[in-house]
Design a binder for this molecule. Sequence first.
Ligand code: FE
Length: 349
Amino acid sequence: MSNKPILAGLFTAALLSVAGSVIAQEQVLNLYSARHYQTDEALYGNFTQATGIKINRVDADDAGILARLKAEGAASPADVILLVDAARLGKADMDGLFRPIKSAALEAAIPAQLRAKPSAEGTTWFGFSTRARIVVYNKMRVKKADVDTYEALADPKNKGLLCTRSGAHPYNLSLFGAVTEHLGEVKTEAWLKGLVANMARAPKGGDTDQIKGVASGECGVALTNSYYLARMMRSTDPEDKAAVEKIGVVFPNQQTWGTHVNVAGAGVAKSAKNLANAVKFMEYLASPAAQNYFADGNNEWPAVASVKVNNPALQAMTGGSFKSETIPISAVANNQTKVQQMLDRVGYK
Ligand code: FE
């Protein structure tokens, strides 16, 4: 057997690819992403396979991405910006980092409630997955009926029991922004004051630390995003398993306005150089296959209503379904400056 045909073939392929790069530049997409999950590799790989568009990723946390975009200004190579909270998406929007787009596919797939408020130029950002901000409580110390609404967390009967991460963290800014939509400013500020009065300890750590605080008994009740609890429920670590045994979970406000639901989402960057690719990528994220990867990578729910996930932890947590709030997430995002001022006034660090 001779190797010649193979070598000749490789040589021809090399020539073709050189010719190709002269005729048409390689198709690329520069993605600034605050999401880093294992399933994201498949998510991005499938896009490249289907479109031939190569994805260059800049991975950082949300604050890092926003700082970088500001520093780069109009020279930024960013085409799509992916952030993981409505407050952050709203902040990026207020800072003018997005370019509004018009996409019939996205408008059909993503519920209006889960995207930015459209202007005449189009829509700046779209939510691609949802997460609930839920309550966890220590089953030995607290009765479920005493903590089954957000309002109850500020009730004097729960004094000395509440743990949360910093009030100014985007997850809390979004929740408090939602409560402002539901109750109005005056009642929300009184509520925030009640939360501060009920703290078991000064706010610190992340959501997982609050869950662990509840499990250890240091906290009676805490707020967490649903995926942190789901991650713990799916963990094989004996410590996590033991912690999960000790806690109860509530999807708050099932009898009233529903549980607060936040989004991870994305928008096209203001100075995107690969605009068509950016829109194509956004539309890809709303496709059923991508929705599955996107949601499952972080134990979230797809934003596209027709796409169903099969996640045992989420199933166990909700019993199948729950009532979520129906206010537009863009209104929640836009309340954050107001919320920050209230937090300062009530001393919620
Ligand atoms: Fe998170």
